[in-house]
Ligand binder design. Structure first.
Ligand SMILES: *Cc1c(COP(=O)(O)O)cnc(C)c1O
Length: 359
């Protein structure tokens, strides 16, 4: 086996040996009672984490599948894409590629999405859907989901589509209470699983909307997901190994307890923040809007980020991220998602000190 390089990039992240072991089980037929039992067994745990009574669906795709699917299922008139970084900007592009009318509410990368700005746009009556990235992974911005959800309730006809791919299980997201219409996440971020599985919930209003749209396609058709979900099945053959891994990881998460998990992420994120300040760096995101899943560090010291990462990899067998897209070298990102502990983050920070000293 090749050298284990531990990933502190904001996805994919380190997967535990327990999760890998749980995945190494014999296949079962996806139309068998065994599969139905597996899906039904994890459903209450998924509903707890999503904060919903709706069924949580399993999609054998990366998160983008459901992000594209949400547009195809829910946009009839025009979608407002809230854009504040690479993933949210891309969603605008994807909306247009799906042949939908779409408009950006664009803020500068590093800035948050503000409820009052959304309100101005929705008040025009032009939109019947909006997309929001809860935790914009490229910039390290955590958008004010609760405030945005409160404002969105004034516009019940607008489908509220939320990507919490890198936020999910680092901070709470209550689907029912917030009035979200689609909430989606992916396996390789804070769930600490290998990539390839997306999870989502949809509201009754979302199913109603989908039923009024004829070109939903097949693979991500929400109505197919619901019809199959009623039998604890998926529309097509799912990534069964990953679902075994998910069952294991859900056990780990619920044994820790969601509240403890959020608190641990806040604490570990705070440790990284202390390191940033101790070393004279700045944060890319403004105070009050910083992610708990990762830290996007502004490279105000103009260090050689590529060299820093090369040092980390060669001497400590770990890597961080050197900045996303146009932020490459201008920022770097450190993930504290998943199963990390005070010990592993302390060790990471000591490695960073060493790699920094060797620049
Ligand atoms: C990683 C990520 C995605 C994309 O996930 P894929 O698994 O590559 O489809 C989307 N949104 C956010 C916020 C992400 O962090």
């Amino acid at each position: 086996m090749s050298q284990h390089i531990k990933l502190f990039i904001p996805g994919p992240i380190e997967v535990s040996p327990g999760t890998f072991a749980a995945m190494a089980q014999p296949m079962i037929g996806h139309r068998s009672k065994d599969f139905q039992n597996l899906y039904a067994e994890i459903q209450p745990q998924l509903q707890t984490l999503f904060g919903t009574k709706q069924q949580v669906f399993l999609s054998t795709s990366s998160a983008w599948g459901v992000m594209e699917g949400s547009i195809r299922n829910l946009v009839k008139k025009k979608v407002l894409n809230c854009c504040c970084g690479a993933f949210s900007d891309k969603w605008l592009d994807v909306s247009r590629r799906c042949g939908k009318e779409a408009e950006a509410y664009q803020v500068e990368w590093g800035q948050p999405i503000l409820p009052e700005e959304i309100e101005k746009r929705l008040a025009t009556g032009e939109f019947d859907a909006m997309t929001l990235i809860h935790n914009e992974t490229s910039t390290g911005v955590l958008n004010p989901l609760t405030e945005i959800a409160a404002l969105k309730k004034k516009f019940p006809d607008v489908m509220f589509i939320v990507d919490s791919v890198s936020g999910f299980t680092t901070v709470p997201v209550a689907f029912d209470e917030l009035g979200i219409d689609v909430l989606l996440t992916g396996s390789q971020k804070a769930l600490a699983m290998p990539p390839g599985l997306a999870l989502f919930a949809a509201s009754e209003a979302a199913f109603q909307r989908a039923s009024e749209i004829s070109d939903r396609g097949y693979y991500f058709d929400f109505i197919e997901f619901r019809a199959n979900g009623e039998k604890s099945m998926t529309p097509s053959t799912p990534c069964i190994s990953l679902i075994y891994g998910l069952r294991h990881q859900l056990g780990v998460i619920l044994t820790e307890g969601p509240e403890n998990r959020y608190a641990r992420h806040a604490k570990l994120n705070g440790m990284v923040h202390d390191w940033v300040q101790r070393n004279g760096f700045e944060f890319f995101a403004p105070e009050g809007y910083r992610s708990k899943a990762l830290t996007c560090v502004a490279n105000n010291r103009d260090i050689d980020v590529a060299k820093l990462n090369a040092n980390l990899k060669a001497d400590h067998h770990l890597v961080i991220d050197g900045g996303y897209g146009k932020l490459k070298g201008k920022t770097f990102r450190i993930s504290n998602m998943g199963d990390e502990t005070e010990e592993t983050i302390s060790s990471l920070l000591a490695s960073l000190d060493d790699a920094l000293a060797k620049l």
